[in-house]
Design a protein around this ligand. Structure first.
Ligand code: SF4
Length: 317
């Protein structure tokens, strides 16, 4: 949870999660839907799927207890080099580094090495440097102190060098080149993808919810029907055509407005329609007809919540 979210925001999610899934075995035996529901609002739902899959592997292969070495930890879904190093050193006292972006920044300045904190290759390259420094007696404390130094003193802009406990060893400080490290590689702007979406409502006032494929972005979450819009297509016609893919016939259409939503590598700008429909099919594994007040029972995507808000005016865009 803390890989993308601040402690104060993650705390209530963490507490609810631990109350519902207090052990690896309990987590492993729960349905994925229940785990996704607890993750709802945190984003990066692949992490919820990974922690559920990892719990199943830990239960089956390690008797319900996490392995203590980083190599075994890295075999588990969702655990990369940083997390493996953090668990191994902090929870089990193994003398291995844990290199996050903050640590890369400190090391880059300490040794005056060109590294970009956002580059996974540079993080990997920083591991041997961090490995040289790890205190074998207290590796967990050492790794946490290095992360904390980067988060609170050796910050990206105007680091507090006058208060830094490793100032005398810092090559960038001694060379008066702190501003030159780490390097900053310019990133491309996130592209904007145009979508159309339909709040399809049947004669009973129920809204069609569809389930995303388990694999891929937001896998397994529920959403209202939506798809990308071709450049030359007219939004309303495309929305009505989309409903035909669900064997639904349009009765009437109303334009509800636009919704925008940002993901890590792109942004979506969606035109949302209310489409009253006739539809012969009932519920299935991947489709449900639900009253608006029932939809909260499902784990839904963030953009779908915004779209549903257009019905009630709760989420003006
Ligand atoms: S002296 Fe300054 S640049 Fe060097 S590690 Fe400390 S805070 Fe960072």
């Amino acid at each position: 949870m803390l890989q993308q979210t601040r402690v104060d925001q993650a705390r209530p999610y963490f507490e609810r999660f631990m109350a519902s899934f207090p052990t690896v075995s309990v987590l492993a035996s729960e349905e994925l839907d229940a785990v996704l529901k607890h993750w709802e609002g945190l984003g990066y739902y692949s992490r919820a799927r990974n922690i559920h899959a990892a719990a199943n592997i830990v239960r089956e292969h390690y008797g319900g207890y996490l392995p203590d070495d980083p190599d075994s930890l890295r075999q588990l879904p969702g655990i990369g080099p940083y997390t493996a190093g953090a668990i191994s050193s902090i929870a089990f006292g193994r003398p291995v580094p844990a290199v996050d972006g903050n640590v890369v920044r400190v090391l880059s300045r300490l040794f005056m090495v060109d590294m970009d904190t956002r580059s996974s290759r540079d993080r990997r390259d920083a591991e041997p440097l961090a490995n040289r420094l790890v205190d074998p007696q207290r590796p967990g404390d050492f790794n946490q102190s290095l992360m904390e130094l980067g988060a609170t003193i050796c910050t990206p802009y105007t680091p507090a060098c006058s208060r830094c406990p490793i100032q005398s060893s810092c090559m960038a400080y001694r060379s008066e080149r702190v501003d030159d490290f780490p390097v900053r590689v310019e990133r491309k702007r996130a592209p904007i993808v145009n979508h159309i979406a339909a709040l399809a409502i049947n004669g009973n006032g129920k809204i069609l919810m569809v389930r995303r494929p388990t694999e891929g972005l937001l896998g397994g979450l529920w959403e209202v029907p939506q798809e990308s819009l071709a450049d030359e297509a007219r939004p309303e016609e495309a929305a009505v055509l989309m409903m035909q893919k669900y064997d639904c016939t349009r009765v009437r259409t109303a334009d509800l407005g636009m919704v925008r939503h940002a993901y890590s590598h792109f942004k979506v700008s969606a035109t949302v329609f209310r489409i009253d429909v006739d539809c012969p099919h009932g519920d299935s594994e991947t489709r449900k007809w639900m009253l608006p007040e029932q939809i909260d029972e499902l784990a839904t995507t963030g953009i779908t919540k915004k779209m549903l808000g257009l019905l009630t005016g709760e989420h003006p865009q």
